[in-house]
Design a binder for this molecule. Structure first.
Ligand SMILES: [Zn+2]
Length: 626
């Protein structure tokens, strides 16, 4: 069976292009449940036993008595929750997967990792290619409505398909409209919150991972709105202007745009470089105080309006200390707690009137809990204190306070309501005990966004043969000078494995000196634009922690072929000076060379180094002493 899907796309020149996709609908797409016999029959007809084994091995299987079908909004907003291993037996429809891919590629990659993990029983059902569940868009139906309907149709199919086996199918959605329509069709529907609370006796940590925009669905309800506003009347930020308004005001030069750079020690003060200020010459705007910051978080791209010139001032140099002026219920003091200690020159000041793009990421920190843990029961509202002082505290909810106090945890921000002094977020993961070396190392790596994953296969494929230097060819030597006869040494601590530079110095016959600095010739092994080059560019540097080193390049290069070790031939890029005895540079030469290390390393007693080939040569000690 074949069906056509048509859609239109505008070209760059403004013409409409009609795209027709032919889709072949299949009858043999399996529901993915282990005990389903209907699909078993289909499979038996289609595959040889070997093919079937291979096919089944490639998939996760649904196993439980309840199967969950997720709506797109649940995947997009609750990925931390979905990554929790206690959530199992989930159907991901291709409609959902495609929507997630279009809206957020990072989340798409994360859900794919979950699907790959066979212990999780996440099954991808190709509903758009199945004869039983594929639908076409009705005239007048928005793409969104069409996708919602596709999800309902597929859920209904699952329900009737698994009905006789007593397997329950639940549609998990936070879309009110989709839920109402699905319930009308007799489906079992739950919000993610309902689902998680049902599971919370068995898996209490799940509740913490619930992302809070779920409340937004309730508060959008007019019956509920009054309750929310009366409770929070005491404090509110100015409303953010809508994107359309900001776009217009940016064009007219009424507001400026830039990246918010928050003070290292005080999240209520920031500066923004605005390129369009001062007739395009650019300038810096200072933002001071929590109200002018108006929910901007470090890294966000914000829209700023300048304050009246009479209000311009200078940056405050006071650090915001723990708990200073930020008592949970005292909304009046935070701004006043900052006193200017030194006055520097006044500068343009402004306030944030809108957020163009958020740059929220997971933050490491601790729970700020001063009460009696033993008396904390049920769900607690907690304040999370990020280690990064540029970030405000974050409200989270937890049922497991006793497990979180004293731990380094990761928290993500979900939203920042204008009636709340702090953003709200959710618990992502526990990194371990505060003060533990392993935990704190993890914190540093996460906090500073240091890429520390193992090198990919593509990178490892770029590596040369480990015995490369023993099998050199003519082409390796082109343009290289042979300095293997010189006494070349490095000044590195004992045990150093990545010796990236070395020196040599010798007296010339004319009384002058030759001084050379040799840098390992990494470019001989790392080709521009290769996977290894890109990865190294991304990492930028080797990172040294107390107990480990995170290499910029794989160990074969950083600790071997590009390390100027003793007694082995290595390539370097060198700078060689000719100097007078007074140290005046007479000549300089940059060249690629071929050196053999008679590298000394940093040793107290050179003559006890028998490994060095020329340890007995007078030029050796002479070179080092010079
Ligand atoms: Zn089946």
């Amino acid at each position: 069976m074949q069906t056509n899907r048509e859609f239109f796309r505008a070209t760059r020149r403004g013409k409409l292009l009609k795209i027709v996709k032919e889709v072949y609908l299949r009858e043999d797409i399996c529901c993915g449940h282990k005990v389903c016999t209907k699909c078993e029959d289909t499979k038996r007809q289609l595959y040889t036993p070997e093919e079937r084994a291979r096919y089944e091995d490639s998939l996760s299987q649904l196993i439980g008595e309840t199967v969950l079908v997720l709506d797109t909004n649940v995947v997009l907003h609750q990925i931390d929750l979905l990554e929790d291993p206690s959530l199992k037996n989930v159907v991901i429809l291709t409609t959902v997967l495609d929507e997630v891919k279009n809206q957020n590629f990072t989340i798409y990659n994360r859900i794919r990792e979950v699907i790959k993990d066979k212990t999780r029983s996440f099954y991808v059902y190709s509903n758009e290619h199945s004869k039983f569940t594929a639908i076409t868009r009705d005239s007048g139906e928005t793409p969104n409505d069409r996708n919602d309907r596709a999800i309902r149709v597929a859920t209904e199919w699952y329900k009737s398909h698994l009905h006789k086996l007593n397997i329950k199918v639940v549609l998990v959605t936070n879309d009110r409209d989709n839920a109402t329509k699905a319930k009308k069709l007799g489906m079992d529907v739950k919000t993610i919150k309902e689902l998680v609370f049902e599971m919370s006796d068995q898996f209490p940590s799940l509740v913490d991972k619930l992302s809070s925009p779920e409340d937004a669905v309730d508060s959008a309800d007019p019956n509920n709105a009054s309750a929310v506003s009366s409770k929070k009347e005491r404090f509110s930020f100015a409303e953010h202007r809508p994107t359309a308004v900001l776009t217009e005001e940016l064009k007219q030069g009424k507001v400026f745009q830039g990246i918010l750079r928050t003070d290292q020690t005080n999240y209520t003060q920031a500066t923004v470089q605005c390129h369009s200020m001062n007739e395009g010459k650019g300038g810096e705007i200072l933002i001071k105080g929590i109200e002018n910051m108006n929910r901007g978080v470090d890294g966000d791209i914000v829209a700023i309006e300048l304050l009246d010139r009479s209000l311009w001032t200078s940056a405050s140099t006071v650090m915001l200390m723990d708990g200073q002026g930020v008592a949970e219920d005292d909304d009046s003091v935070a701004q006043d707690a900052l006193i200017n200690v030194t006055q520097t020159a006044q500068q343009p000041c402004g306030r944030i009137v809108g957020i163009i793009k958020r740059n929220w990421k997971p933050y490491c920190g601790t729970i700020d809990f001063k009460g009696d843990i033993t008396r904390a029961s049920g769900i607690q509202q907690l304040l999370f204190l990020p280690m990064d002082r540029r970030v405000p505290r974050i409200r989270i909810r937890s049922r497991q306070v006793e497990n979180l106090v004293g731990r380094r945890i990761v928290v993500a921000i979900d939203q920042w309501d204008r009636h709340s002094r702090y953003p709200t977020g959710h618990f992502v993961k526990d990194l371990g005990q505060v003060g533990d070396k392993e935990t704190e190392s993890q914190v540093l790596l996460l906090q500073y966004d240091i890429p520390h994953h193992p090198f990919s296969e593509a990178v490892m494929k770029c590596l040369p043969d480990p015995a490369y230097m023993e099998n050199l060819t003519e082409s390796d030597m082109i343009g290289r000078k042979d300095l293997r006869g010189e006494v070349v040494f490095s000044v590195d601590p004992p045990g150093c494995t990545d010796i990236d530079d070395a020196l040599h110095v010798k007296r010339l016959d004319d009384g002058n000196f030759e001084v050379g600095v040799h840098i390992a010739d990494v470019s001989h092994f790392v080709r521009e634009g290769s996977a290894m080059d890109l990865e190294a560019a991304h990492r930028s540097t080797t990172v040294y922690l107390v107990d480990r080193r995170i290499d910029m390049l794989p160990g074969l290069l950083s600790g071997n072929l590009c390390s100027l070790m003793s007694n082995v031939d290595r390539f370097s890029f060198s700078c060689i000076w000719k100097m007078s005895p007074e140290g005046v540079v007479l000549n300089v030469d940059y060249t690629k060379i071929y050196v053999v290390g008679q590298y000394l390393g940093w040793q107290k007693d050179p003559p006890t180094l028998p490994r060095l080939r020329f340890a007995a040569s007078p030029s050796y000690t002479q070179g080092v002493r010079l």
